[in-house]
Every structure is written in structure tokens, then in C-alpha cells.
Design a protein around this ligand. Structure first.
Ligand code: NAG
Ligand code: NAG
Ligand code: NAG
Ligand code: NAG
Length: 395
């Protein structure tokens, strides 16, 4: 463990003019790439590799997870890694703590979310590497247990402030959708395309079960590849055809038809809200975020299989290749950024798409949602359809 005491020589080393202060911007740790891992296996994918040693500096940062209290950095601090801990609360708290920490200058840093995910077999197969433009908080909705639901509803999830699953939410919380830099995403996917992706014989056998007459799951039957498609965030680790389809619909609805649901994880929207807030204060740059998820399992069973079998018992064989491919694809992204630093990445990849949240917090008009003005109006606590009944949300 290395804490502030060990950092002081570093600060002083770079500071002959301002020896009185160890906190001038110049002396902060300013990594070019900050890898965001969510739990131990994703973190370890980057350790003991030939390209760099992330364990050269272990830096305690107040506010990090009790399980993962340290940020890891290479010797020259060009590459760092944080481990959020799993689920939305851990991700938001950890990333907020790092993004607002006085130890770092992250204004030029590329934040590289690199984790595993459950995937939609309509779009992706086990071992594949996905890069998202949208992260959608799909379970930010009303939920009625299916056993108490009128038969006219296709799902028990109903957008907040709405009456039916296919209506845009009118009660807006601000974390429904995040959109990141689509050009940067394509550049990162291009780097990853050069990777020789790992696979397993168990994954090969399991994905073969997704072959159907209709070809609905053709993508699931192919060898691992690189796909540009979007990620859902939910604390609930959902599984099955009905929820998979329901949240695919939610992704389309919340993004006004653009979002392409392929991956499901428990943190990305939370990480992005923290980065949105720090970017609003110019502590981070929201145009420098890459969201990569590798496929460890399918979000729904193959034809003829019970949902519980796919979720709980089957050996899908995707976990090991998914973790390995975080490294195999991710290392090319990290190296691509470092090699192209002077030519491209120092000055940044200017986004041509809207980036940010539903409120337009970072400027610009969102290409999803009801627009800045209406979203802010919809962020009030009242349920539109029944305002007289009182508060429409629990808080
Ligand atoms: C940093 O922590 C890791 C374990 O998390 C350890 O293996 C490594 O030796 C530590 N590095 C230093 C420089 O103490
Ligand atoms: C992938 O494998 C091919 C053939 O072995 C090799 O030429 C290439 O360098 C490998 N690519 C990477 C990124 O390791
Ligand atoms: C998803 O949307 C389609 C088209 O509106 C609808 O037919 C289907 O029932 C929806 N699925 C779920 C699970 O809500
Ligand atoms: C998105 O869809 C909603 C609901 O149909 C609509 O009110 C809103 O104007 C659309 N937003 C954009 C940016 O197209």
C-alpha cells in the first residue's frame, strides 16, 4: 500500500518552483488511461501482463470500496486502474471518490470501463467484445409482479410517470440514459478488432444450442467478435426471454429508437453519472469515455432450455474467455491511445453525436428524451397522471 507519504517525493520531484505546495495541478497524477474494473477477476485480467505493471503504485483514496480501497497505477502513472465493487451504489461511490479526488488531474484522461456482461443472443455471442454508445438504466421503472398484472401488459415494468410499458417516462430522474462519444467508440472498436479473441470448447458447445430455424439467434452461434451495441444497467441480475425482450424495448424507448441492447451489467450508468457530474466541473472530460463489455453469459436461455438452467446451472463456458478478452481486446485499446497520444488523443476526439444525460447537463440538446426543458420539468416529484394523489416517487 502506498499512500500520500510515498507520493510526496513524486510531487516534490515535479515541483521545483512551487515547493510550498504539493497540490498544484501540475503535480497531480494525470493518467492517460484510467481502467475501470468492477470486481477482482476483471481487475486481475490486467495484472501480471508483459505490457505494463499496474501494481507499481497502490494509492489509497478516501471513499473507495472496503473490498478495493486502492487505485493501482503503473510506475510512470500513465495508466491507472480503479475497482468499483459491484452494482450501482458501489460504482457511483467509487467513481465519484476518484473523480473528485485532489490526488488526480483527470481532465485529459481516457476513462476505459472494461468489464464482463450478460449478452443478448440476438446480437452477440459468448466471448465477444462490445462497445456501447448508450448506457440505459433499464430497471428505473415501476414494477408490478407479473402475477398481479392485467393480461394486456407484456411486462411488469412500466416507465415512471407512465401508464404503459411503451410510453416514454414523464417522471425524469436524470440517469435514464447516458450517451458517450460515438467516434471514440468506433476508434476503440477498431483497435479491438485486431485482437485474437479467446474462446473455450464449453462456449463453442453452448452457443451451438442457439441455432434455430428462424435464425433469430444467429449472432449467438458465431465465433467471438467485436460489436458496437449498447449496454443496460440494472442492480437486479435479470434473466430470461421476457425480461430480455422487455429491457430491449426499454432501451429502444428511452433512446428514441437508436439504442441497440446487447449487454447487461450492474454498474455503467452509475459510473457515467459520476463522470457526468465531474465533467460538468471540468474535472473529467465526458468525451473521453469508452464503455467495453465482454460477453460471459447469455441473458436468456436457448430454445428448449429452462431459464433457471441457463441462469443457475448450465456451464456456458463464457466466463474465462470474457475475462481473458478484457485483456486481449483492452490492451489494444490502451496501447492505441498511448501510441496515438501526440497525434490524436492528447487533443481529443471531438464527438459528432450528442454526449451526456437526458437534461443536457454538459450542453447541447439530447437526441433522446423529451428535451432539456421538458426533462427538467419532468424531474419534479409529482406523478403526472394523478398529481393530486401526492408524491409519485419514494424518496
Ligand atoms: C499492490 O497491491 C497488490 C495486491 O493488490 C500487490 O500484489 C502489489 O505488490 C502491491 N504493490 C506494491 C508496490 O506494494
Ligand atoms: C493474432 O494472430 C496472428 C496470427 O498468429 C498474428 O499475426 C497477430 O499478430 C496476432 N494479433 C495480435 C494483436 O496479437
Ligand atoms: C416489446 O415490444 C414489442 C413491440 O412493441 C411487443 O410486441 C412486445 O410484447 C414487447 N415485449 C415485452 C416483453 O414487453
Ligand atoms: C423521444 O420520444 C418522445 C416520446 O415519443 C418524444 O416526446 C420526444 O420528443 C422524442 N425526443 C427526440 C429527441 O426525438
Amino acid at each position: 500500500m502506498v499512500s500520500l507519504r510515498t507520493l510526496i517525493p513524486l510531487f516534490l520531484g515535479g515541483s521545483t518552483l512551487c515547493a510550498a505546495s504539493v497540490r498544484t495541478p501540475h503535480e497531480k497524477i494525470a493518467p492517460k488511461v484510467f481502467i475501470v474494473s468492477m470486481f477482482q477477476p476483471e481487475a486481475e485480467a490486467w495484472w501480471n501482463i508483459p505490457e505494463f505493471n499496474l501494481l507499481a503504485h497502490n494509492i489509497s483514496v478516501p471513499g473507495l470500496s472496503p473490498l478495493y480501497p486502492e487505485v493501482h497505477c503503473t510506475e510512470n502513472h500513465e495508466i491507472c486502474q480503479l475497482i468499483t465493487g459491484e452494482s450501482e451504489i458501489n460504482a457511483a461511490t467509487t467513481v465519484t471518490s476518484v473523480a473528485f479526488s485532489p490526488l488526480f488531474d483527470l481532465s485529459q484522461t481516457y476513462v476505459f470501463i472494461a468489464g464482463i456482461a450478460g449478452v443478448n443472443p440476438k446480437r452477440v455471442t459468448l466471448g465477444s467484445v462490445t462497445f456501447a454508445r448508450y448506457a440505459v438504466q433499464v430497471a428505473l421503472q415501476y414494477e408490478i409482479d407479473i402475477r398481479e398484472l392485467p393480461s394486456s401488459y407484456s411486462t411488469g415494468y412500466i416507465p415512471l410517470g407512465s401508464d404503459y410499458p411503451d410510453q416514454y417516462p414523464t417522471s425524469i430522474y436524470g440517469t435514464e440514459v447516458f450517451e458517450v462519444n460515438a467516434d471514440l467508440r468506433s476508434i476503440a472498436a477498431g483497435f479491438a478488432l485486431q485482437a485474437n479473441l479467446s474462446d473455450s470448447s464449453a462456449a463453442k458447445a453452448y452457443r451451438a444450442h442457439y441455432a434455430t430455424e428462424s435464425g433469430e439467434y444467429k449472432a449467438a452461434t458465431l465465433a467471438p467478435g467485436v460489436v458496437e451495441c449498447d449496454v443496460a444497467t440494472s442492480d437486479v441480475y435479470y434473466s430470461g426471454n421476457i425480461l430480455g425482450n422487455a429491457f430491449e424495448n426499454t432501451t429502444k424507448l428511452f433512446t428514441n429508437g437508436t439504442g441497440d441492447y446487447c449487454a447487461s451489467a450492474q454498474e455503467d450508468s452509475a459510473t457515467l453519472e459520476a463522470l457526468l457530474r465531474s465533467s460538468a466541473k471540468k474535472l473529467t472530460d465526458f468525451s473521453r469515455i469508452i464503455v467495453m463489455r465482454t460477453a460471459s453469459d447469455f441473458d436468456r436461455p436457448h430454445p428448449g432450455e429452462a431459464t433457471t438452467e441457463n441462469l443457475l446451472y448450465a456451464d456456458a463456458g463464457g466466463f474465462e474467455p470474457a475475462v481473458e478478452n478484457i485483456y486481449r481486446a483492452g490492451i489494444l485499446v490502451v496501447e492505441g491511445i498511448l501510441k496515438g497520444w501526440d497525434s490524436t488523443f492528447a487533443s481529443g476526439v471531438k464527438p459528432r453525436n450528442y454526449i451526456g444525460d437526458i437534461f443536457g447537463t454538459l450542453g447541447g440538446e439530447p437526441d433522446f428524451g423529451p428535451g432539456r426543458t421538458q426533462s427538467l420539468a419532468g424531474s419534479g416529484a409529482f406523478k403526472k397522471r394523478n398529481a393530486g394523489a401526492g408524491l409519485g416517487r419514494r424518496s
